[in-house]
Design a protein around this ligand. Structure first.
Ligand code: PLP
Length: 395
């Protein structure tokens, strides 16, 4: 149809799915192959080992489910817990809400700790709840590390300390879907029993893999846990990890893509990736400040390095900014979800991107905001971000 082509690249600035590096995309163009062949474990066995580095785990096991983050949530809960088991879960955004909902639907008894949206997990309150639980009925604490809805990162190290200080045996499960591979995450140091992510964010792949990094303790719990599971059974997956063959037909192109994505991470270096995300996020935050706007995250300690949720002024619909950005400027921004629908838009700064890509997006945000009736000084955000990038440039 004439006029339907949109020249140039789409600017994908949602907080996942993220840009796929060209070399990862090329690595996924492979013919179908026999996933039962004698050659197949040469592809899969190193992946199970290499992927652990992303979680900063040596002792754990990583299971790769042909799924997404949501499947990995379900795998973590159903493999390690039994119906009626109590879990403690702070709620401060749409993803913590959905995980809590899932926990209830698989039969768990969820003690919810309500936190204001724009804040995150409160280690003190978690410690209090655990200390009050003298009979140790709480079997696990469920925390979303990076709440993608609000652009809030919680301090998982502090949550671990709170659990230890309460001398409570609860396991710790962490959703790192929009943090792992982009924001420092230490599964082993923080003794995270189930660390969860998906392929379409920090791993720079299409959606299609749900990853869980499981501690020895969680694997032991799987021996007696009674929640129903079939497709997501850890015990079946453990055989895959040992033999290199999956219990079902895996997506072979995704596995090739994962191998290349892990090579990208190795080439850049995990710590350098975290620093790049911090720098891009700081540039974005400088732009937001220069526009005279605020973030949904209430205080700097909650700032996320992978997504900034920008509050729109009273009387403006954030969804309109997003729609204009997409239609007029070929720029995809994240929507406000649930409680914050219409009140904000989200700029994802996660995955394979650099300063100039982000500056293009910030320019697009400025245009879309002005078109939607938000009064800002044109160029102010872009100028603030360029200053930040110039002042913090290495070499
Ligand atoms: N948890 C968080 C923090 C997320 O951001 C998302 C998706 O954006 C999910 C869970 C759900 O993951 P998926 O859409 O891969 O199932």
């Amino acid at each position: 149809m004439a006029g339907s082509r949109r020249p140039g690249r789409n600017f994908l600035f949602v907080p996942g799915p993220t840009n796929i590096p060209d070399r990862v995309q090329r690595a996924m163009i492979v013919p179908s192959e026999d996933h039962r062949s004698s050659a197949f474990p040469a592809l899969t066995l190193p992946l199970f080992e290499e992927t652990k580095k992303i979680f900063k785990s040596r002792e754990g096991q990583v299971f790769l489910f042909p799924s997404t983050g949501t499947g990995a949530w379900e795998a973590a809960l159903t493999n390690t817990l039994s119906p009626g088991d109590r879990v403690l879960a702070p709620r401060y955004g749409q993803f913590s809400t959905l995980w809590i909902d899932m926990a209830r639907r698989v039969g768990l008894d969820v003690e919810v700790q309500e936190e204001e949206w724009g804040t995150g997990a409160d280690p003190e309150r978690i410690g209090e709840a655990l200390r009050a639980d003298r009979e140790h009925r709480i079997k696990a604490v469920l925390v979303v590390h990076n709440e993608t809805t609000t652009g809030v990162t919680s301090d998982i190290g502090a949550v671990r300390k709170a659990i230890d200080a309460a001398n409570h045996p609860a396991m710790l499960y962490v959703d790192g879907v929009s943090s792992i591979g982009s924001i420092d995450f230490r599964a082993e140091e923080w003794r995270v029993d189930c660390a969860i992510t998906g392929s379409q964010k920090g791993l720079m792949l299409p959606a299609g893999l749900g990853l869980v990094c499981v501690s020895k303790r969680a694997l032991d719990a799987a021996k007696t846990a009674e929640c129903r599971r079939v497709y997501f059974d850890f015990n079946d997956q453990a055989k895959a990890n040992a033999t290199g063959y999956f219990p079902y037909t895996p997506s072979v192109p995704m596995l090739h893509g994962l191998r290349e994505a892990l090579a990208c991470v190795e080439d850049e270096g995990l710590e350098a990736i975290f620093a790049r995300h911090r720098r891009l996020a700081d540039g974005t935050r400088a732009a937001v400040k220069a526009w005279g706007l605020t973030l949904c995250a209430r205080e700097p300690k909650w700032h996320s390095d992978t997504v900034s949720a920008v509050m729109v002024p009273e009387g403006i619909n954030g969804a309109e900014v997003i729609d204009i950005a997409y239609r007029r400027y070929n720029l995809a921004l994240g929507a406000g979800l649930s409680q914050v629908a219409g009140k904000l838009f989200r700029i994802g700064h996660i995955g394979d991107l650099n300063e100039l890509m982000l500056l293009g997006a910030l320019a697009g945000v400025e245009m879309a905001m002005q078109d939607a009736g938000i009064r800002i000084t044109p160029g102010s955000g872009v100028a603030a971000a360029t200053e930040h990038f110039r002042n913090t440039r290495e070499g």
